[in-house]
Structures are given as structure tokens and as C-alpha cells.
Design a protein around this ligand. Structure first.
Ligand code: FE2
Length: 488
């Protein structure tokens, strides 16, 4: 088997560590794994065991046969090796893999912000250095000394258009800065946002003042063929932006959903509900919001939410995270709701932070409320509220959920950047824009989980048309995705 693996790699010019070859040969479908790697145009220059583990994480059926399930404490952040070795088990409980709750260290000073951006840079650099296009890269300072064809990584400090219509990027790494010019007509010219981390392949201009880019390399997610069947028949339903307390809350539609959960034959396999934020409407979130509230006390809003959730059959486990309307700090990453609120809910409800990596029956789910979508839409002309899946693709390409600092998304200066997408999930779910979207990107299921609120005056002002009362569902065994419609 090892010979066949090495032969396939050699024929395709791939270098692989012996440990990587061992890991592939021990997987249940070794040659399928090789095929997935060969088809991935973003595969690393030198394949390590960690890379193989990453491919295997996305392909549960290819996991090593001999591995046994390790014990992982709740709240512990597992390594990729651990994450990849946990098989799917029907009825297995929900595991929280990564979440800020209880881990916050920030006091909000300048040093904390420096630590946050250093952590972001080094986390994304780790992903970028493995890209073939960047083999032989240097730091910016070294690149300036070499003064010929160069490759380096930088965080985008500024993006602007020159008077001739070219794009100029100001990039910075741990010790130096550089200006990079992208000629008019280059691909991806309109897609840069501040504070994202990119790799540059280019050469210095004749006067040696700036670098002219030949290629911009994004961290990206590896290609994989999606969720391979794992024998589970459990369904996870994604129910976002409930907005209890709002006069626009869709009570009749909610009741229809609850009735479906209790009576429909399909619903008997719904074992999990994940709610990615905006559980209640909150108070003072936007101008004149009080005119559109039927419950004006935030605790009373959560009390009503707890009553509504009681209609969900007891067999269903629920995971709830906050959004920008909920009663925790606005700055991301947001911790879970406080005990004064969580105690209103029954024991099958888990409260997590925003964002949160979790694992349910062997599938890795990344849930993020999605506030940064506002900033992506302002920063990149081609994006809109009507197509949240495209914004989610932009997040995955950058391996970051909220790169832009200083706009509408408040960012807390934690020492670690919890918004980096350091593990490749099977399912990526967001809410916030009140749209219903299901799509796929490189084998990852993308879901924007609708809402339970009709259009507010604030949304009317911003030309945002919601698509409420829809529930995207994923069969955790087959990976099938569909939407149940409760709007009429
Ligand atoms: Fe919302």
C-alpha cells in the first residue's frame, strides 16, 4: 500500500513525510485519500502528517481504522490529531471544541490588541507557509534585501485605488512594512479587506520602491469531497435569529414549526437544534427599536423564549449562542449568556459562545452569528445581503470570520484570535442577515439559518429583505441538506 501511495505522489510531484504516508496507509480508504489530495489544487508543497489528518477530518470514512476514541474534556481545544480520530457515534453527545466562554483574558489595552493581531498573523501564516505557491518565502525585511522575485506574507493595513485605477496594498509582518501594487485588470482586485492576511508572489519595481504582485495567495480551505456517509440517521436543524420580544416575531410560523417537530415522520430523526444567535430582540439595539417591541424587558424576552423552547420535543438537544441582539458583550468573540439567563432553560440546552466549534456525532460544525457580514458587504462591492453563502466563502478563503477591524463588528482584544478558522469544518452555519441559504464550498456545507422575524423598519431602511420561517436541516449521516418551510 505504501508503495502505491508513494508512486502516486511521485508521479504528481508531491513530497510527503514518512509519517504522512503511514497515516494514509492506515486509513480505511487510503487510495481515496490520495485521490482527494491529488485533486486539491491548494495542497501543501510538502505533505505532513498534520495535513493528512486535516484531509481525514473532512473525510470521516477515511479515518484510521485502528484509532480509538480519546477522552476530551468539555471546553478543551483538541489538536487536529484528536479531532480527526473521533469517529461518528449515534447518540454521542455534543462536544464543544472551541469557544471563548470562561477563557477571556482581555483587559482592552493596546498591548492586548497587538497580541491579538500577532496571534492572527502567526495562525494564518502557519496555513500559508504550506502553500506550494509560497515555497521559499521570506520575511518582508529579507525580501527588501534580496530585491528580485520575492514571496512573503503580510497583514493588510490599507487598501486603496491609485489615480490610474491600480490597487495598492500596504502590508505588514512582525517587523517591517511594504507596498504592493496590483495592476488594473488583475484577478481578485476588488476583494481585499483590511486586516486580512495574504501571501504575495511578486517582484520589485524598477525604482525598488514597491512590489508589483504577480499572484496573491489566500490561506484557503483544502478541497474535499464532502461528508462521506457515516451510518448516523440523526438530523440537525439550524434555527437562527428568533428575535423574541419583537412585534415582528412570527408566532404563527413558530407554532407551525413546533407542531411539525412533534408530529411529522421526518422530524422524528431531528435530534439536535443549533441556534446561531439573536435569540431575543434585546433592547436599545437600533434607533427607535422600542416602538417595535412587544416585550420591553430583556429578561422577560428570555423568559418567553424559554417558554417557546419547551414546545420542542424533549429528545432534541439544543445549542444556543448569542448574537448582536443578545444580553452579553457585543465585542466578538462573545461568551455564552450569563447564568441569570441560562437558568431559565431546561438541562438539554447547552449555551456556547459566538463563534463556536462543536462536534456532533463526528461532524465538525462551525457556528458564527455573522455580524461581520455587514463589514464584508461594505468592503466588497460584489457581496450583498441576498447571498450570505458567498460572504461565507470569502470568510473561508481568508480562514477568518471577521478580519476587518474598526467598522461595525466590535472585536475584543483577546490574546488569541478566536475568529481564525483554524480547523476545516464539515458544516459552517451563520445567521444575522435573516436570509435562508444552503450551499457548498470545497466540500463544506454552508448554511445561513433564516429568522423568525418579518422585516423591521431598520431592515427596510437598509433594503434588507428577510426570508423568515425556514429551517435548514442536515442529515449528519448522509450529509444531505434541505430546507423545511414554515412560512405559509
Ligand atoms: Fe438578527
Amino acid at each position: 500500500m505504501k508503495k502505491s501511495i508513494l508512486k502516486a505522489f511521485a508521479e504528481n510531484g508531491i513530497l510527503a513525510d514518512p509519517e504522512a504516508v503511514d497515516a494514509i496507509s492506515q486509513s480505511s480508504e487510503a487510495m481515496k485519500c490520495v485521490d482527494v489530495i491529488l485533486r486539491d489544487e491548494n495542497r501543501p508543497l510538502v505533505l505532513t502528517k498534520s495535513d493528512v489528518d486535516n484531509y481525514l477530518t473532512c473525510e470521516p470514512k477515511m479515518r484510521p481504522l485502528a484509532q480509538t476514541k480519546p477522552v476530551i474534556k468539555e471546553g478543551e481545544v483538541p489538536s487536529l490529531e484528536l479531532a480527526s480520530s473521533r469517529g461518528a457515534e449515534k447518540g454521542e453527545d455534543i462536544k464543544i471544541l472551541k469557544d471563548i466562554t470562561g477563557e477571556s483574558t482581555c483587559v482592552g489595552n493596546v498591548i492586548d490588541f497587538a497580541k491579538l493581531f500577532n496571534d492572527r498573523f502567526s495562525a494564518l501564516k502557519k496555513i500559508l507557509v504550506r502553500r506550494r505557491e509560497l515555497s521559499g518565502l521570506a520575511t518582508i525585511a529579507k525580501a527588501k534585501k534580496v530585491r528580485r522575485d520575492i514571496k512573503f506574507i503580510g497583514i493588510v493595513n490599507d487598501v486603496r485605488t491609485t489615480k490610474n485605477g491600480h490597487t495598492m496594498l500596504d502590508l505588514e509582518d512582525e517587523e517591517d512594512k511594504i507596498q504592493v501594487l496590483l495592476m488594473k485588470g488583475s484577478k481578485s482586485i476588488d476583494t481585499f479587506v483590511k486586516d486580512e492576511v495574504v501571501g504575495v508572489v511578486g517582484s520589485f519595481s524598477k525604482d525598488g520602491e514597491i512590489v508589483v504582485a504577480k499572484e496573491i495567495v489566500r490561506p484557503e480551505v483544502p478541497m474535499n469531497s464532502g461528508m462521506t456517509p457515516n451510518g448516523s440517521d440523526s438530523i440537525v436543524a439550524f434555527v437562527s435569529d428568533i428575535h423574541v420580544g419583537s412585534a415582528e416575531f412570527l408566532g404563527k410560523e413558530w407554532d407551525r414549526f413546533i407542531s411539525w417537530l412533534n408530529k411529522d415522520p421526518v422530524a422524528k430523526d431531528v435530534r439536535y437544534i443549533v441556534v446561531p444567535g439573536d435569540l431575543v430582540d434585546g433592547i436599545g439595539i437600533y434607533p427607535d427599536q422600542e416602538d417595535e417591541l412587544v416585550i420591553e424587558d430583556v429578561y422577560a424576552q428570555y423568559t418567553e423564549l424559554a417558554r417557546l423552547m419547551k414546545g420542542i420535543p424533549e429528545r432534541i438537544k439544543i445549542v444556543m449562542m448569542p448574537g448582536n441582539h443578545d444580553a452579553v458583550r457585543l465585542a466578538e468573540p462573545q461568551p455564552a449568556l450569563p447564568e441569570s439567563i441560562t437558568k431559565m432553560f431546561d438541562a438539554r440546552t447547552r449555551f456556547v459562545g459566538n463563534p463556536c466549534y462543536m462536534e456532533i456525532e463526528g461532524r465538525t460544525i462551525l457556528a458564527y452569528h455573522g455580524r461581520s457580514m455587514d463589514d464584508f458587504i461594505s468592503g466588497i462591492h460584489a457581496l450583498s445581503y441576498n447571498d450570505p453563502a458567498e460572504i461565507m466563502r470569502e470568510m473561508l478563503r481568508r480562514r477568518h470570520m471577521a478580519p476587518i477591524y474598526g467598522e461595525r463588528t466590535a472585536i475584543a482584544p483577546e490574546q488569541k484570535d478566536y475568529l481564525v478558522i483554524d480547523q476545516v469544518p464539515n458544516i459552517f452555519v451563520t445567521g444575522h442577515v435573516h436570509a435562508c441559504a444552503v450551499a457548498e464550498y470545497r466540500g463544506i456545507k454552508l448554511i445561513n439559518a433564516s429568522a423568525w422575524q418579518s422585516q423591521t423598519s431598520f431592515q427596510r431602511m437598509h433594503n434588507q429583505i428577510p426570508d423568515p420561517a425556514k429551517v435548514p436541516m442536515v442529515n449528519l449521516g448522509t450529509g444531505e441538506v434541505w430546507v423545511e418551510d414554515f412560512s405559509s
